[in-house]
Design a binder for this molecule. Sequence first.
Ligand code: OXD
Ligand code: MN
Length: 588
Amino acid sequence: MATPLERWVEEQAKLTKPDSVYWCDGSEEEARRLVEIGIKEEKIDGHSVFSELNQKTFPRSYYHRSHPTDVARTEHLTYVCHPNQETAGPNNNWMPPDEAKEKMRALSDGCMKGKTMYVLPYMMGHPDSPYAKACIQLTDSVYVAISMRIMTRMTKKVTEKIGNNKNFVKGLHSVGDFDPEKRFIMHFPDEQFVWSIGSGYGGNALLGKKCFSLRLASYLGMQEGWLAEHMVILGAQDPSGDTTYIAAALPSACGKTNLAMMESVLPGYKIWTVGDDIAWMNVGEDGRLWAINPETGFFGVACGTSKKTNPNMMKTLTKGTFYPTLFTNTAINADTNEPWWEGMNGVPKNIIDWHGNKWDPAAGEKAAHPNSRFTVSAYQCPTLSPLFENPQGVPISAIFFGSRRMHLNPLIVEGMNWQHNVFLGARMGSETTAAASHKEGVIRRDPMAMLPFCGYNMADYFKHWLSVEKKLVYKPRVFSINWFRTDEDGEYLWPGFGHNIRVLKWVIDRVHGRVGAQETPIGLIPKIEDLDMQGLDIPKDNLKKLFAIDKDGWLREAGDIEEFFKKFGSRMPKAMWDELNAMKRKLG
Ligand code: OXD
Ligand code: MN
């Protein structure tokens, strides 16, 4: 008798009509075969899916050039299909589930003809973790299959784990014909099902990532009392040998990966990496907040990554284990066959740009796409936390809500109590980046860096965050951060990267009650003399500017926050309005 899983796969194959169906086992040998298929057989837009990069300097690395229209998440084509629109909220595109399925059925009919359907069994989270989830994705792309093998724990055992159970997480993915007009990413939270067509891009096509681990999981977390967040998880070890675990939300392409594996400039401090993108956080029996990273890889922005900005990522990318490493839409140094991108190192003489053409710097275009990416195994990371595989995760003592703001937001602000902490997240606004296909550099409200990823009404999401307080015996301290403030000439006021440890040191000291703070209308800020500036010579005036509170600017910001809150009508928790009004009052 066929299992529910086998029956489901059969039904999808009937609709999509692949030439063959292949059940992946996640083995090394299989990965090698799939890469070979990507090099020799499968094509995108007439070129091979993979080409081999310099195997001496970038062992086990392969280059992938996407379809030129398929380079980022497409938020306007992403829908959350709850039975009623109110549950999806104004923060999501919505379609009734039946209508969405009819649309997808029509687009998917025969979409895998001439191709292989890969059945990918994978876990999000360590299989021994009480928080892990067994998932299945179907795809017709070897690029997606290999990426999923890097990013998740893909193993045959997952099929055994699912057994006769009907309640596994399902994803159906096809690249279709890459036509942006026929591209949709549809979520069906009540069925734990994601249906995606027309794109091979990570955030649209690796369905365990944003689609399940954030959009569906955030809704599940609301129902079950836990949090699925767009957060880095790191351990900051101080000179005493203690490690303080921090979870940090930052919008896409705002330096989460750099933060997750930062190389400290302060002696005696060391960062341990648990995750760079997603945190699932549960209140443990001990009343602490425990976080796991459900992923096993990094899908990071290449541009700007260098030995200077992120030496640990450069080591990760060049380590070469049995996991393949993928570079997507970067440029290539034609003389060495190595991947290259703006900000990596000096500019090589002969560069092939991300379109596959010889690059002419004078033409004014970037050689690598601004959202070019690497996909690499976390097990290659030299700073991987010894607790990476701990089924329970790590206990979180501090949470950051970060944004990219040239003006207004101080380097760090601490929340005053849990309600104010939630407001620090809810009031976030950030400049948009190339990670999604929209205009860059425009400020948009992005609470908790979750605007594109919250799978339900954000008013209910704030309510959920507020409700977590009563379960917490030990509450993490919460901070808003901004590494990106500039002066009148547009120069960054803060050096960032390894210097961010100076801010983390203050946070660790706050967590352990070793240092005070001063109150402002928007929260608590450090006393300048409490920031460890040894070995950093920046003008004292710059430090003042980093913490300056521009009252008029904040009042304008309050107006913007108000407009955003209003969209949620009476569903918006009163506590958030109270905080907004209190902030306005304090600003005068
Ligand atoms: C990502 C994103 O890819 O946030 O992580 O877009
Ligand atoms: Mn992300």
